[in-house]
Design a protein around this ligand. Structure first.
Ligand code: AMP
Length: 444
């Protein structure tokens, strides 16, 4: 199969040739004809599967061939993204695909001045990429009208709900024309996403190109058990031992990011951090420098977890496990993209055992544990498995006091907890996504 056989027009084929895309990926092969035929879409696609081109290419084609010219302060297609970084990245891809088409594209998001965005929108844009909050601001200030909208794309829809955008999405939904095409993309599909889809989509075609909630199998994953307080030391040790060149590291909190960056910089390591407290320009600069290999280690909160496309990223390290199990899939999806192989290492302390269990249950696999000599934890991480069970070690029968002897530990070896007998799930993934259309915006 080729892009030409999917019915794409010549200017798009030319752009794809320049980009070196030869064959459509599975999500593209399914999405492109369906979108061209005007269908609504509910697509479950892993990160790195080429889903951006899956919706952008047919969208660009429809906008080129159908519909009136864009009016002032209007957009003909809207792509909603959860984060500023993702909005920038999606916009960059759309602009590349559109390079030979007479269409205008633009991205708007918060954290930067709204005035230039309002000016830019005066003439109207064919495709607007936006984060929900800024979109609503622009709409309320009459800088944007949505009555000309032909197509709405919800990219990383589950992430938008996770970030607490359910109320914004409900508001945007009320601003949209009833007659439109809607494409919903999400790497993972929770029940709340299905509820959202039920409200927003009209007789959607479901596309599922990978098993539900399974991480890319090109990523080799393992866990290193360690005591919480020794994580920074272990990180530096592993970095030196493995001669890590380009690593994306996830920490749970903004303070955690700053502390690790400070430690690494103090050791002369070329490290930088991104999180929600930093100005947008600083975040983007750190990301650009990391992508250009000018920064060796980028430490981030989950703001960087999804959608970011970093070419040939070999390694992701979870310095802390994510609180939301689905985020694990998105984090490690930054590596092993477009068919490359990658590694994902998680430093796990005893406090995080429930998170580990939720991740294993979600990804339906027991993560291999690899003890690092000299870093074996004093606080043992209880065994877990893909059933969601945290296995408490049976208490040893008391020994007579006089017999002495120490406890045996498995040091310096691969310890695979997969031999634990499966049991009924007792631990659910640790959080519940907010229900669409209810509740205040959650702070992250
Ligand atoms: P995405 O999942 O949309 O973030 O895309 C992941 C990466 O795959 C991006 O670097 C794209 O440029 C690349 N890509 C998307 N489609 C193709 C294709 N058909 N052939 C080669 N690379 C592709």
């Amino acid at each position: 199969m080729t892009f030409a056989t999917l019915g794409l027009i010549e200017p798009l084929l030319r752009a794809l040739e320049t980009l070196g895309y030869q064959t459509p990926t599975p999500v593209q092969a399914q999405a492109i004809p369906a979108v061209l035929a005007g269908r609504d879409l509910m697509a479950a696609a892993q990160t790195g599967t080429g889903k951006t081109a899956g919706f952008a290419l047919p969208l660009l084609q429809l906008l080129t061939l159908e519909g009136p010219k864009v009016a002032a302060n209007s957009a003909r297609a809207l792509i909603l993204c959860p984060t500023r970084e993702l909005a920038e990245q999606v916009h960059a891809s759309v602009a590349e695909y559109a390079q030979h088409l007479p269409l205008t594209t633009y991205a708007v998001y918060g954290g930067v001045s709204i005035n230039p965005q309002m000016m830019k929108l005066r003439k109207g844009v064919d495709i607007l990429v936006a984060t929900p909050g800024r979109l609503i601001d622009l709409f309320r200030q009459n800088a944007l009208k949505l009555n000309q909208l032909q197509t709405l794309v919800l990219d990383e829809a589950d992430r938008m709900l996770d970030l607490g955008f359910s109320e914004e999405l409900a508001n945007i939904y009320r601003m949209l024309p009833k007659k439109r095409q809607t494409l919903l993309f999400s790497a993972t599909f929770s029940d709340d996403i299905r509820l959202l889809a039920g409200q927003m989509l009209n007789d959607p075609l479901s596309i599922e190109v990978s098993p539900r909630n399974v991480a890319a199998n090109t990523v080799k994953q393992w866990v290193v058990p360690v005591d919480k307080k020794r994580k920074p030391e272990l990180f530096v040790h592993l970095m030196r031992k493995g001669r890590w060149k380009q690593v994306l590291v996830f920490a749970k909190t903004r303070n955690g990011v700053d502390a690790l960056v400070d430690k690494l910089q103090g050791l002369g390591v070329n490290a930088d951090g991104i999180h929600g407290d930093k100005p947008q320009a600083t975040r983007q600069r750190a990301l650009d420098r990391f992508k250009a290999s000018e920064v060796q280690i980028l430490v981030a909160t989950d703001v960087a977890a999804r959608g970011l496309d970093i070419e040939d990223l070999p390694l992701v390290v979870n310095f802390d496990l994510p609180i939301v199990a689905e985020d694990y899939i998105h984090r490690i999806g930054r590596t092993g993209r477009a068919g490359n192989t990658g590694e994902a290492i998680s430093l796990v302390c005893a406090d995080e055992v429930n998170m580990l269990s939720a991740i294993e249950m979600l990804t339906r696999q027991t993560l291999t544990r690899k003890m690092e000599p000299d870093f074996e934890p004093e606080h043992r991480v209880p065994d877990t498995d893909a059933s969601g069970q945290v296995v408490k070690k049976p208490k040893k029968p008391k020994k007579p006091k006089a017999s002495g002897g120490g406890s045996k530990r498995n040091l310096g070896k691969w310890v695979d907890s997969g031999d634990v007998a499966p049991a009924e799930p007792s631990i659910k993934p640790v959080r519940k996504v907010p229900v669409f259309n209810t509740g205040p915006r959650k702070k992250k």
